[in-house]
Write a protein that binds this ligand. Structure first.
Ligand SMILES: Cc1ncc(COP(=O)(O)O)c(C=O)c1O
Length: 407
């Protein structure tokens, strides 16, 4: 009897999507802590290696616990999206050891010496380093511009036929700037470029880049998808299934950036509560942003949910809610930032984002301490800037802690 029914809700897919009944009838797919898989006989080994028979071979190539995480993410990224024939969009995901490993596979499987990548100037630091410091050694270079300005994007494409990929991250780390996925994808397609989008800050619950025709998405699953800060991980998702099964798979298994079964298990279970967590994260973030906006010690609040934010309209167009990330500027600058961080009692002083607890960082005294003031200010990292990943605690407690630290 076919027990599968078509699931109509996002949370139903987060809970059940990608799950296959375990052969030993374990309720949850176990942590398949095995480096290698066995064959009944030599002929079966031959069939597996030649691809004539599906089955696991070696965990760098795939593992049942990875498969559940991959199929769940693919189901969430494609949830409710039709393909060009009106059928449900099919996607293939490949789990990686980290977000950076997934981004590296994306670049190396698509680009060759002489190719160029067009990207926005606000990007996660690791992605920017990959584009501007490591890939140039292989002859792959980046053109970095302000992709919020479509004219600049079009000018770049017109002037440089070597641009083979548009790489966007929206909302972007650390500025929380948003770029228009739909308009940029249409433009890139006019110039036959591949489009890839880092969807880590939004997650598929808030934003689905495949709705706008992108070719790939990547995630640092370390963040909201895992949701509990328990594992580093990454995923690359593509809609050309054959390409994902061939070139992408070969790139991943040859570079060796595979995930591990324990982290995949944590990710599977984290993703089950994605909708619940994101709803709470986002509602809390909106309340915190309004509180900060009216606080006398705060010079400004950077949250895409506030009408005052320059990317408010783009965020509203492509995101269900404006997200859980915000930053704010303290009037007292560097000493004010240090004092504020030291006074926090419940909220956590740390970098990273996307966990259940509220995380705050002061880039000028932490991540960007060694970067000269004028260099960091070019990226909007001013002395009094505080970055906040708003958690799922009861919002009155978050606000009370921030309020007492601002006194
Ligand atoms: C937007 C974004 N993409 C990618 C990464 C890299 O992910 P990972 O640390 O899992 O390698 C990060 C990490 O902070 C990030 O914020």
């Amino acid at each position: 009897m076919d027990k599968k029914i078509s699931l109509t809700g996002f949370s139903s897919v987060s809970v059940h999507g990608g799950h296959e009944q375990d052969p030993m009838y374990s309720h949850l797919t176990p942590i398949y802590a095995a480096s290698t898989f066995v064959y009944d006989d030599a002929e079966q080994g031959m069939r597996r290696f030649s691809g004539k028979e599906e089955g696991y071979i070696y965990t760098r190539w795939g593992n049942p616990t990875f498969t559940e995480a991959e199929n769940k993410i693919a189901a969430l990224e494609s949830f409710g999206i039709p393909d060009e024939n009106g059928n449900p969009l099919q996607l293939k995901a490949l789990l990686h050891a980290s977000g950076m490993a997934a981004i590296t596979t994306l670049m190396l499987m698509n680009l060759k010496s002489g190719d160029k990548v067009l990207s926005h100037y606000s990007l996660y630091g690791g992605s920017e380093e990959l584009l501007t410091k490591l890939l140039p050694a292989l002859g792959i270079t980046a053109i970095i511009t302000d992709l919020r300005d479509l004219n600049k994007a079009e000018e770049a494409f017109r002037n440089d036929p070597a641009i083979k990929m548009l790489y966007i991250e929206t909302p972007a780390n650390p500025t929380i700037q948003c770029v228009d996925i739909e308009e940029l994808t249409q433009l890139a397609k006019k110039y036959n470029a591949i489009v890839a989008c880092d969807n880590s800050f939004a997650t598929p619950y808030l934003q689905q880049p495949f709705r706008y025709g992108v070719d790939f998405t990547v995630h640092s699953t370390t963040k909201f998808l895992n949701g509990h800060g328990t594992a580093i991980g990454g995923v690359l998702i593509g809609k050309d299934i054959e390409f994902m099964k061939s070139k992408a798979f070969v790139t991943l298994k040859t570079l060796g950036g595979n995930a591990n079964p324990f982290d995949a298990f944590l990710l599977v279970n984290g993703m089950k509560t994605l909708e619940l967590r994101m709803e709470r994260h986002c509602h809390n973030a909106m309340d915190v942003a309004h509180f900060l906006e009216n606080h006398p010690a705060v010079a400004g609040v950077n949250y895409t949910g506030l009408v005052s934010h320059p990317d408010y309209k783009v965020a509203l167009k492509q995101m269900r809610h404006p997200g859980a990330m915000l930053s704010f500027e303290l009037k007292k600058g560097l000493p004010g930032g240090v004092e504020f961080m030291n006074k926090l009692k419940m909220c956590t002083r740390t970098v990273s984002l996307g966990t259940c607890d509220t995380l705050l960082s002061h880039p000028a005294s932490m991540t960007h301490y060694s970067v000269p003031k004028d260099a960091r200010e070019k990226y909007g990292i001013t002395d009094g800037l505080i970055r906040m990943s708003v958690g799922i605690e009861n919002v009155q407690d978050i606000i009370a802690d921030v309020d007492q630290a601002l006194e």
